[in-house]
Design a binder for this molecule. Structure first.
Ligand code: GDP
Ligand code: IMO
Ligand code: MG
Length: 428
């Protein structure tokens, strides 16, 4: 029996979905613990591509149990649409799926407030996914949020909604000058969702505690990445939850003594969507090459992802704040055609050299990366599933990443399909 947390080591889109799907084979429960439908996790099985937003990627393997923990914010409409979409593709979602009654919900006023607030910020906007994630978490922390258990209790829901709308409509109408929401309209819309979701609601902390007692394997599926974490990321250009491994405990109700391993998923280069500092960003033809070759377009919003070299400072910071016990490196094949490959091993700012990732935004925004250069292998690694079959220079790149981060690499991904993977050590 073992319980494994999977987290992104960079700014999201590291390929967590593919790795989760792969490891689900040996897991009994797969748990999402933070974020919401801002996430987009791509899994390719045969010739079918699935993009999961809220439902754990484990749902694609029959017989596995999937849980949305208390730390997730749920847009009921988005969740029901995702369930319908999966049902249409032949994926069953019935007694294999559980939602925490303690999870908070996203309301239409959250989306509206976020839209207006981003507009107001102008060039300082975060570049959010526009899903209402931030305002929903803000309400949770301000203790005015509405939880799933509140949604499925008509009276509680109506009363909370009535009080919240007084405040929210004031902001929308008086501050932003846009239309507010009508109590009855929102109430009736959400009562429709409540009926459809009721059957999935459970005390998932108790459910997982029981599963652990029975010796089941649990896989925790992180969304976003370390540098989008509200505490450890490039604040304020972050999401509103704890995307780091600690979030797996608070966001599921499973205590830290029950976690055995933390697997960091690392892309062989770096990408970021939305605003915020990105020291190794490439705004040239190499950046363009990575975007096209790596198909770096947002799985949720379709936005082109910003691309750049692998940043050892950002990744080793992630290794520390997450407590990585091992890593998976993805998208090695995307580097196949490059003549030269760079790794950032330091930042220089105002004459000072940084060997660890600083927290000051002005340093991250204004620094010059210090690069180590390696010769590219210029051969195809696409689909390779044996370490021995990798070109010598590709192995050297992997070895160098491992050495700089100081964590073993257990998985190397060479394509988006399940079998396009080198598994060096079993995770469960
Ligand atoms: P996530 O949010 O971390 O789950 O990652 P996304 O699904 O948003 O983005 C990762 C993209 O890379 C998806 O389109 C995957 O199908 C794809 N992908 C994952 N691993 C590999 C790989 O090793 N090679 C290639 N070429 N693509 C990969
Ligand atoms: P996965 O799970 C990449 C980014 C947004 C924006 C910032 C805040 O697929 O890796 P939000 O809507 O969360 O308030 O936006 O966070 N962002 C992501 N970037 N991958 C994601 O998820 C992301 N989820 C949010 O682009 O910069
Ligand atoms: Mg993604």
């Amino acid at each position: 029996m073992s319980n494994v947390v999977i987290t992104g080591a960079q700014w999201g889109d590291e390929g967590k979905g593919k790795i989760v799907d792969l490891l689900t084979e040996d897991a009994d429960y797969i748990v999402r613990y933070q974020g919401g439908h801002n996430a987009g996790h791509t899994v390719v099985i045969g010739d079918k591509e699935f993009i999961l937003h809220l439902i754990p990627s484990g749902i694609l393997r029959p017989g596995k149990k999937c849980v949305i923990g208390n730390g997730v914010v749920i847009d009921p409409h988005a969740l029901l649409a995702e369930i319908d979409g999966l049902n249409e593709k032949g994926i069953e979602i019935r007694d294999n799926f559980f939602i925490s009654g303690r999870a908070h919900i996203i309301m239409p006023y959250h989306r509206a407030i976020e839209k207006e607030s981003e507009k107001l910020k102008g060039s300082l906007r975060i570049g959010t996914t526009g899903r209402g994630i931030g305002p929903s978490y803000a309400d949770k922390i301000a203790r005015v949020g509405i939880r799933i258990v509140d949604l499925i209790d008509r009276e509680v829901f109506r009363e909370k909604l009535r009080i919240n709308l007084q405040e929210m409509n004031y902001f929308l109408e008086r501050l932003y000058g846009v239309k507010g929401f009508v109590l009855d309209d929102v109430y009736h819309e959400y009562m429709g969702y409540a009926e459809k979701l009721r059957g999935f609601v459970a005390d998932t902390a108790l459910l997982l505690d029981r599963a652990i007692g029975e010796g089941k394997n649990i896989l925790f599926e992180g969304a976003q990445g370390t540098h989008l974490d509200v505490d450890h990321g490039t604040y304020p250009y972050v999401t509103s939850s704890n995307a780091t491994s600690g979030g797996a405990c608070t966001g599921s109700g499973v205590g830290p003594t029950k976690i055995d391993k933390v697997l960091g998923v690392v892309k062989a280069y770096t990408t970021r969507v939305g605003s915020g500092p990105f020291p190794t960003e490439l705004k040239d033809s190499t950046g363009e090459y990575l975007r096209e070759r790596g198909r770096e377009y947002g799985a949720t919003t379709g936005r082109p992802r910003r691309c750049g070299w692998f940043d050892a400072l950002a990744t080793s910071y992630a290794a520390k704040v997450n407590g990585f016990t091992q890593m998976a490196i993805t998208k090695l094949d995307v580097l196949d055609d490059l003549e030269e490959i760079k790794i950032c091993v330091g930042y220089r700012y105002n004459g000072k050299r940084y060997d660890e990732m600083p927290s000051e935004l002005k340093v991250l925004e204004g620094c010059e990366p210090v690069y180590e250069s390696m010769e590219g292998w210029r051969a195809s690694t696409s689909g390779i599933s044996k370490y021995e079959a990798l070109p010598h220079k590709a192995k050297r790149y992997i070895e160098r990443v491992k050495e700089l981060i100081g964590i073993e690499i257990d998985i190397i991904s060479t394509g988006f399909r399940r079998d396009e993977t080198i598994l060096l050590r079993k995770i469960f």
